[in-house]
Write a protein that binds this ligand. Structure first.
Ligand code: NAD
Length: 335
């Protein structure tokens, strides 16, 4: 392999690490996501062609960033991973084919289709129905303890509804800032000459990762659950073999679940879902940057398993880039 390929890999890694630090640790991105994604894909491509160059600390093998030391740390017993991406229908079909080959099946998959909410992932732990802990994703294995801040989000129940609740339930989902709240908050900041936030994702991350929960409490944050982490459940209510049914159970326990989630059969129906949400994107009350398409059958999910940083049974089907560099550079950021 040539010296220049090695150099290119080193340069890409350095650049991506710097962008990741600004994005995940400081909540202050300096380039649009599309630019980060392009560099990331370049690195992925080179590593695919030269697998001997892959190192454990390459950005393609890692999730997020290490938690900030100013917060207490929470170890995730079940890791909180990232998602692989597809940017067009051909890549989505390739994802379906990889899974079909691996499972040696010709049957159509049942997919749980969900909007890809643009916020930050959190894990909320309930013991005997009571919220006891909440953490950020961090590097996937260790997150930041943000329990006091999550408690201030009104949509998050402090106690689950119903008599039958699991002994332990870790709920995973996205904390985000709906557009109306984001715009109102920025308008107020503009009028009083304070700094404004670049986008709702940045605002949500900055608002949640505050040492003072009183600040989080003033911010219009929202939460939607989209997965289950560790469980100790004797109720039998989570026994269903379907990811979708589990989400519906979370809803019954009083957890907010995005109303746009659909269970569909086959790749074409999943592509229709993508088109439908893309068309309605501007009318949604929150920002999304794509849809997430997950194999609904939990036994199939388990059989498919994980690669380094993402499950094999789910894909983030991203929308075409909207964000412009000028938008990011024209505004100042607030953490
Ligand atoms: P990702 O955002 O592409 O996908 C994983 C995340 O999707 C999950 O952690 C979760 O938070 C979220 N998600 C939203 N809805 C979901 C749902 N219904 N089900 C499951 N997950 C859902 O991956 P990532 O590793 O968090 O970050 C990569 C993204 O961050 C890229 O888009 C990249 O452009 C951006 N990024 C940007 C910069 C920058 O400098 N601009 C730097 C680093 C990363």
């Amino acid at each position: 392999m040539s010296q220049s390929v090695l150099q290119q890999v080193q340069q890409l890694r350095q650049q991506l690490e710097q962008y990741s630090y600004q994005y995940y640790v400081l909540d202050e991105p300096t380039v649009p996501d599309a630019q980060y994604d392009t560099l990331y894909r370049q690195l992925q491509q080179i590593e695919q062609e030269n697998p001997e160059l892959i190192t454990a600390d390459s950005p393609t093998q890692r999730v997020g960033a290490a938690p900030l030391s100013k917060f207490g740390q929470v170890a995730h017993t079940i890791p909180m991973l990232s998602l692989d991406n597809a940017f067009d229908a051909a890549e989505f079909h390739a994802f379906c084919k990889r899974m079909a080959d691996r499972l040696d099946t010709v049957q159509a998959f049942s997919f749980c289709c969900e909007p890809k909410l643009d916020g930050l992932a959190v894990s909320i732990r309930y013991e005997n129905g009571v919220l006891v802990q909440a953490a950020t994703r961090g590097d996937g294995y260790t997150g930041e303890d943000i329990t006091s801040n999550v408690r201030t989000i009104r949509a998050v129940p402090l106690k689950l509804k119903g008599d039958k609740v699991p002994a332990v339930l870790e709920v995973r989902g996205e904390v985000f800032m709906p557009l109306a709240g984001f715009n109102a908050m920025n308008e107020k900041a503009r009028q009083s000459g304070e700094k404004i936030f670049a986008n709702p994702r940045n605002a949500a991350a900055g608002s949640l990762r505050q040492l003072d929960p009183k600040i989080s409490a003033q911010r219009p944050l929202m939460f939607y659950a989209y997965a289950v982490g560790a469980i100790d459940d004797a109720t039998g209510l989570l026994d269903s073999q379907s990811h979708y049914q589990r989400l519906m159970q979370l809803k019954d326990w009083g957890l907010p679940v995005c109303p746009e989630i659909r269970l569909v059969s086959g790749a074409e129906a999943a592509l229709d879902y993508y088109q439908d949400i893309l068309q309605r994107r501007a009318s949604l009350s929150y920002e999304i940057d794509g849809v997430v398409i997950k194999v609904a059958d939990l036994a199939q999910q388990q059989a498919l398993g994980f690669v380094a940083r993402a499950p094999r049974w789910a894909i983030a089907f991203k929308f075409p880039a909207q964000e412009m560099l000028t938008t990011l550079l024209d505004v100042e950021f607030q953490v």
